[in-house]
Every structure is written in structure tokens, then in C-alpha cells.
Design a protein around this ligand. Structure first.
Ligand SMILES: C[S@@+](CC[C@H](N)C(=O)[O-])C[C@H]1O[C@@H](n2cnc3c(N)ncnc32)[C@H](O)[C@@H]1O
Length: 202
């Protein structure tokens, strides 16, 4: 049987440079990065970005803090991020098993938890909660839709990847009572619904 997660990772690994060219066209999420810093409300906060890819948003984070860590499962993306920002800290890691550093002010996941099923997403939210300082922010964007039990297997010009769709309500439910939602926004991009949610650790 095909390991869907391994297949997804191999697609990122193989197509990282072509994907980077396409993702570059999407543009940096400057507004979201500014919103993260606004919600945190601290000078030089400790920020962990999960699924940082080749570091497009890292550029914006690094303008505003010297305490940033970018994590991605793709060695090739992390190689590219290190080439672009040799002074910054990047790690190759699987967020589903990653040991979060303590004392985080913000955990940010732009379009990266969309390859993790709901048990893993719930577990990531719980582990991040333990690592965030009180008042810390978990900021995420995800594809919106009905949760596909078996995952939604999609093939495009880069290869095959498995996606999971979520709703803000589902994420709030997984987040539980230890977080409160402080920002929510919905967008439609090229025929796909997305949402952004910011959760504050109580
Ligand atoms: C759709 S891309 C988004 C990349 C970037 N955040 C952006 O918005 O352009 C998903 C990213 O998540 C990474 N990723 C997928 N599963 C992961 C996992 N289990 N742990 C860490 N990173 C993962 C992929 O390698 C890829 O860089």
C-alpha cells in the first residue's frame, strides 16, 4: 500500500525548486506577518514557523525579530531557505513529532497543516499550547472544506499530494478551552476556499 504521507513529502522534495517559482508568484503574506506581530504585541518575539518552505515569509519575520525558527520536512526547501538567509535558524523536521522549544510567543503555520490528518492537527495544537507563553498566538491558514476521512489525493504538475480540509469550527474544537480565537478571515483563491485563524493561549 502507498504511504500517502511519504508520497506527499517526496513530491515536495522532488519539485521544491519548481514549486518555489510558482509560490513566489503568490506573493509574501506581509499583512498576515504584521498581524501576527500586532497580536503578540512584543519587541523581538520568539516565533516558530512550521512548514516554512523556502523561506518566503521568513524574510518578513526576520525584519521584525531576531528570534525566529523555520521548520520544514523538506530538506530541499530548508537548503533553499538557508541559502537565502544564512544567519537565520532553520530545521528539517516533521511537525507531527517535532519537539517544540519552550517560551514561544507565536507559532505560525501558513498552508502547512493541510497535509496532516485531524489527530495530528489536534496533537500539534496541544503540543504548541504547552510550548507557548500565556497570551501566545497560534496563527494558521488552511484550505476550507469538509474533512475527508481518507485524505484527498490530488495530482498536479508537481506530483501527487494528500490534502486535508478543515473549517474554523473544527480547528476551534480541536484547540479546546485552552485557546481563544482572536482573529478569523476567509478567502477564495483560484477557486479554493481558505481560512485564516489566530488562537491565543489563555
Ligand atoms: C503548501 S506548502 C506551503 C509552504 C509555505 N508555508 C507557503 O505558504 O508557501 C506546505 C509546506 O509544508 C511542509 N510540510 C508538509 N508536511 C509537513 C510536516 N509533517 N512537517 C513539516 N513540514 C511539512 C511542506 O514541505 C511544504 O513546505
Amino acid at each position: 500500500m502507498i504511504d500517502l504521507k511519504q508520497q506527499t513529502i517526496e513530491t515536495y522534495e522532488r519539485a521544491a525548486r519548481e514549486m518555489a517559482r510558482k509560490f513566489e508568484g503568490i506573493g509574501t503574506r506581509v499583512d498576515d506577518v504584521e498581524r501576527v506581530f500586532g497580536l503578540v504585541g512584543k519587541e523581538h518575539p520568539f516565533v516558530l514557523e512550521i512548514g516554512c518552505g523556502y523561506g518566503r515569509e521568513a524574510a518578513e519575520f526576520l525584519l521584525r525579530t531576531d528570534r525566529y525558527i523555520g521548520v520544514d520536512i523538506s530538506e530541499e526547501f530548508i537548503r533553499m531557505a538557508r541559502e537565502a538567509f544564512p544567519e537565520a535558524k532553520f530545521e528539517v523536521a516533521d511537525i507531527e513529532t517535532y519537539g517544540f522549544p519552550e517560551g514561544l510567543d507565536a507559532v505560525v503555520a501558513f498552508a502547512s497543516l493541510l497535509h496532516s490528518d485531524r489527530d495530528h492537527v489536534a496533537n500539534i495544537l496541544a503540543r504548541a499550547h504547552a510550548a507557548l507563553v500565556p497570551g501566545g498566538i497560534f496563527y494558521l491558514s488552511l484550505k476550507e472544506g469538509e474533512y475527508p476521512e481518507e485524505g484527498s489525493i490530488r495530482t498536479d504538475e508537481f506530483g501527487t499530494r494528500t490534502f486535508y480540509f478543515y473549517t474554523p469550527d473544527l480547528i476551534r474544537k480541536f484547540a479546546g478551552t485552552g485557546y481563544e480565537a482572536v482573529y478569523e478571515n476567509r478567502q477564495s483563491l483560484r477557486g479554493q476556499d481558505w481560512f485564516t485563524l489566530a488562537l491565543r493561549k489563555k
